[in-house]
Design a protein around this ligand. Sequence first.
Ligand code: MTE
Ligand code: MO
Length: 313
Amino acid sequence: MPRLHLPPIPASDITPESLYLTRRQWMAAAGAAAGGLLLPAGTATAAEPASLGKLISSPFSVGDSRNSYDQITQYNNFYEFGTDKSDPAENAHTLKTRPWTVEIGGEVQKPRRFDLDELLKLAPLEERVYRLRCVEGWSMVIPWVGYSLAEVLKRVEPTSRAKFVEFTSLAAADQMPGVRSRVLAWPYTEGLRIDEAMHPLTMLVMGLYGKLLPNQNGAPIRLAVPWKYGFKSAKSLVRIRLVEQMPQTSWNRAAPSEYGFFSNVNPEVDHPRWSQASERRIGEFLKRKTLMFNGYVNDVGKLYSGMDLRRNF
Ligand SMILES: Nc1nc2c(c(=O)[nH]1)N[C@H]1C(S)=C(S)[C@@H](COP(=O)(O)O)O[C@H]1N2
Ligand SMILES: [Mo]
């Protein structure tokens, strides 16, 4: 596989305090990363960003120019930290991302709890530049680091009754001020059909721009499902369950007529309160046309053959 060398990130783009880990956290992250560099003692300082080392470049990456680190980390939706776009960057420093485990169970032969350090080395870390289209009508292009969710799911051996996958985010009121508000039913839950969850595009994300995820982007581990509206990509995951019935999702419970289970990006199916035909790419002046399945129609179109996507929105 080709190795990708990341372009240098200007120092001005990597100053947020949340990016700097303690020396111990950084050494742990660097050591755990696949192909992590062995650092001479004393190299890491408290101000060192948590680099994930060499990454495999993915054929799934899109060629669109990437949004800047600042754009990706300062304009977020993470309702556990507030509903304004600037709230996550302001408030997410209280999230404790270590120790962290993700419990995987339900309809599987080998249910178990995975530690974050284990997940960081479970499969080679890839950089994948994905589009993210928020249901609100804006989009970004984000270089995530991680690997296909299928890598983990196949290790727990789903049974034949596993038809759907439910994802649950952390809901800790002492760390997440937004959880005290009743905008959504907590914990934040999302779901995919099993074939969607096993599709190689569906990514378990642990990093951004070659470094560990900043808290506001869903540290320490989140989903990225690039052909669906952004809200399907649940952040700060603590639990994954394989289930027989279609799971409930937080957004569907909040507004069932507006947020269906599938939530595929679809310029032909408007949100009841606004058009989905076009979008504002953050940083651009003119709107662009929204692409069917967010541009991933060749990869995922066949998952939906024979389905009425107006009914199954
Ligand atoms: N737990 C949780 N996950 C979440 C959200 C949230 O509020 N809570 N917001 C979603 C929405 S609406 C979007 S658009 C994306 C935004 O991801 P980003 O902030 O990394 O761009 O996260 C999604 N995942
Ligand atoms: Mo969103």
